[in-house]
Design a protein around this ligand. Structure first.
Ligand SMILES: C[S@@+](CC[C@H](N)C(=O)[O-])C[C@H]1O[C@@H](n2cnc3c(N)ncnc32)[C@H](O)[C@@H]1O
Length: 249
């Protein structure tokens, strides 16, 4: 059931909202003077709005906008372009479908707050679970030369980019490894950081509790753990009002 809700239901909503877009196109056809681009835009914009009303997240808006163009111009767009787009998306958003963790990045103000926390705690070892493009690993390794900074990541393209970034821009105390977050032993870290999604948080919290040493810190960007209030929450003065939830093991 949850597979249907996660993977099929959104596409049913896309079909319904595109149908609504076609309905609007039908009603407005006399005003559009046969302009194909405006007509397809009307369908896409209407579908995007309808999709939002039906509960689709903002990530669906580009898909809703492009879909009418892709369908109408399918005979002139080469098939390999779709395949390339799909493969690139898969290599970047590798963990979205299976782990429900997409790629979005921690901002610099938040990394600065984590730097302050690591310094305050006297942390010697740090890990970013799902280190994305490696920005945090580079930032912390540069800011805190005595901190051993590790990032683990499994999205292939994201991993390769971050590996390259760390090799070029980070000092020797930074490491990126191709490793699943669930296989990493958290016992060796003084500060464990994650920015995942609500779905894996209960399991990740259990893992942290069972593996981390007493006194070490588990930090989650934005996502809490139902039934386990954090020991401390740090409000970051950034545009998205980031909250860092901190549990002392
Ligand atoms: C929301 S991003 C956060 C990126 C980075 N930590 C930051 O804060 O800027 C989550 C990252 O975790 C990675 N990820 C998700 N599940 C993973 C897993 N099981 N093993 C390794 N990496 C994973 C994703 O590929 C993605 O790059």
């Amino acid at each position: 059931m949850s597979f249907v809700v996660r993977h099929i239901l959104p596409w049913i909503k896309v079909v319904l909202s595109q149908a609504l877009g076609l309905g609007c196109l039908f009603l407005a056809r006399d005003y559009l003077a046969g302009n194909a681009i405006i007509s397809l835009l009307l369908v896409g914009v209407t579908a995007s709005l309808a999709g939002r009303v039906l509960g689709l997240s903002v990530y669906w808006i580009p898909i809703q906008l492009l879909l009418p163009f892709a369908l109408v111009y399918s005979n002139v767009i080469p098939a390999w372009l779709y395949l390339t787009g799909f493969v690139l998306c898969a290599l970047v958003f590798w963990n979205s479908a299976t782990g429900q963790v997409p790629l979005y990045l921690t901002n610099t103000k938040t990394w600065a707050a984590i730097q302050a926390l690591a310094k305050e705690a006297g942390a010697k070892t740090f890990i970013d679970l799902g280190s994305g493009s490696g920005g945090g690993v580079v930032f912390l390794a540069r800011a805190l030369p005595d901190l051993q900074v590790t990032g683990v990541e499994t999205a292939p393209l994201v991993y390769l980019m971050s590996k390259l970034r760390v090799a070029i821009f980070a000092p020797a105390n930074a490491t990126i490894r191709y490793r699943n977050i669930w296989q990493e032993d958290l016992g060796g870290y003084d500060l464990v950081y994650c920015f995942l999604s609500p779905v894996p948080m209960p399991e990740m919290y259990r893992k942290a509790r069972s593996e981390m040493r007493p006194g070490t810190l588990f930090v989650s960007n934005s996502f809490t753990v139902p039934g386990h209030p954090p020991d401390r929450t740090i409000d970051v003065a950034d545009g998205r009002k980031t909250r860092l939830h901190v549990w002392k093991m």
